[in-house]
Design a protein around this ligand. Structure first.
Ligand SMILES: [Zn+2]
Ligand SMILES: [Zn+2]
Length: 443
């Protein structure tokens, strides 16, 4: 299929207790400047997981995919879904049933009862929850423009925004990369984010009325209020372009800063490695640095030549960082591991970028192995550690962590893309540096 400029994307905004929007909008009943929408909660919402197996007579997930799947079971419990998916050599997906139902809409204060979806179009300022259920949850005022479809979602409402593909991409890159980043870096981000849209659309929410959600789960889209003119230029000037490997769209992973060496899929997600995302030096020359041993780490810690070692205000680059914990602080953070007072932290396994994916915690009463790059960052985080590429020094009253990079380090290094753009590389060179062997083309 070809991605056309006129193609529209349906984005699922975070669910909320009510949707309050200000701005000129048009709906069936006319034009108003204020809308408040709530669910009457008439249906039982069911949220769980559905397991699918490959089947030539099944249906594809979403409109960008060819593989066909057949439903084999539904579970509330993730572990059960996971084991069945493994047993049938299939996959599992988030699955929601019972959405839809009656809404109460106050249009300029006048109440209307209507069934889902309630449709309107226009440009609105709205309040949305960001990161609900996480410690950083907050209400943000966002600007959205396009066609809106509002659904009752149990006792809450789900707003689906339909907008042109390239507007969506411009919005995504403004959330993912600072809008003041150099144009070529924004263009590289646009191609990577568009590639992920094509791979993801319809896949993660097969039973919900949208292509992709606006949260971390799929790809963050915070609205058009943060959209810079440059983001729009980056999106439209690369219109329709995506990254392909052997003719298929790639999984274009990216993170803030690799720290100088990129990481692989197997280290971060315990998945098979992808040929286009090996571990490599984020620099003009492929030198021999490998930070998977303690000696290699210490040696590489002193290396300053990397594309991501760049000054880019207002974003901190975190190429190198330090974090200090008092003994009490460390005991408190690791209390749930039940090992008593923490005596030692021993990295057992690291990737080439230095990222730890097995960390032994030795306490006075026992020892526990923490697995997974993300889990390690979360467990040791205050609130979140920049990366799991660190060494531990026990100094007097506590533990000093000396670290490199920010995020998982797989695929494109965003600070590195900024660094490359500043040195005059164009977005083609940036993308082919970070996604080895991938070509830029149309699906
Ligand atoms: Zn999602
Ligand atoms: Zn980097």
């Amino acid at each position: 299929m070809v991605l056309e400029g006129t193609m529209r994307v349906r984005v699922g905004l975070p669910t909320s207790e009510r949707f309050v929007a200000e701005g000129r909008v048009e709906y069936d009943g006319g034009e108003v400047s204020n809308l408040r929408i709530e669910s009457e909660g008439s249906k039982d919402l069911w949220v769980g997981y559905a397991v699918f197996k490959p089947s030539p007579t099944g249906k594809p997930f979403g409109r960008f995919h060819k593989e066909r799947w057949e439903l084999v079971g539904k579970f509330k419990d993730l572990q059960e879904a996971h084991s069945l998916a493994k047993a049938v050599k299939g996959t599992y997906r988030r699955w929601v049933e019972g959405w839809g139902g009656v809404l109460s809409v106050w249009a300029d204060g006048r109440r209307i009862r209507t069934s889902s979806p309630f449709r309107f179009r226009g440009t609105v300022k709205a309040q949305v929850w960001v990161g609900r259920g996480f410690h950083w949850q907050r209400v943000e005022r966002a600007v959205y423009e396009g066609a809106f479809y509002v659904y009752a979602w149990g006792r809450e409402v789900k707003v689906v925004l339909e907008l042109p593909l390239e507007e969506y991409v411009a919005g995504v890159i403004s959330s993912e990369l600072h809008p003041e980043a150099p144009l070529e870096a924004l263009k590289a981000q646009a191609v990577a984010s568009r590639t992920n849209l094509v791979r993801t659309a319809g896949k993660h929410h097969p039973n919900e009325p949208y292509d992709i959600c606006a949260e971390d789960h799929c790809q963050v889209f915070r609205g058009l209020h943060i959209l810079g003119e440059r983001s729009r230029r980056a999106s439209y000037s690369t219109s329709g372009e995506i990254l392909l490997f052997e003719g298929e769209p790639i999984e274009a992973r990216y993170s803030k800063s690799c720290g100088g060496i990129t990481e692989t899929f197997s280290v971060v997600w315990a998945e098979e490695d992808r040929p286009y995302s090996p571990s490599f030096r984020d620099w003009k020359v492929e030198d021999e640095h490998d930070a998977s041993s303690i000696e290699g780490f210490e040696r590489f810690y002193e290396v300053t030549e990397s594309f991501c070692n760049v000054t880019f205000h207002p974003v901190e680059n975190l190429y190198r960082w330090e974090e200090f914990y008092t003994r009490e602080e460390m005991d408190r953070l690791l209390r749930d591991l039940n090992v008593g007072r923490v005596v030692e932290l021993n990295p057992l396994r690291r990737g080439r970028s230095g990222r730890i994916y097995e960390l032994e915690v030795v306490g006075e009463k026992g020892r526990v192995i923490l697995g997974g790059e993300y889990n390690i960052r979360q467990t040791l985080g205050k609130p979140f550690l920049p990366s799991s590429a660190f060494v531990i020094k026990i100094i007097g009253k506590g533990f000093l962590l000396k670290g490199m990079g920010w995020g998982h380090g797989v695929g494109m290094c965003q600070m590195g893309a900024v660094g490359m753009a500043k040195e005059g590389y164009d977005y083609h060179r940036i993308l082919t540096h970070y996604y080895k062997g991938a070509v830029i083309g149309h699906p």
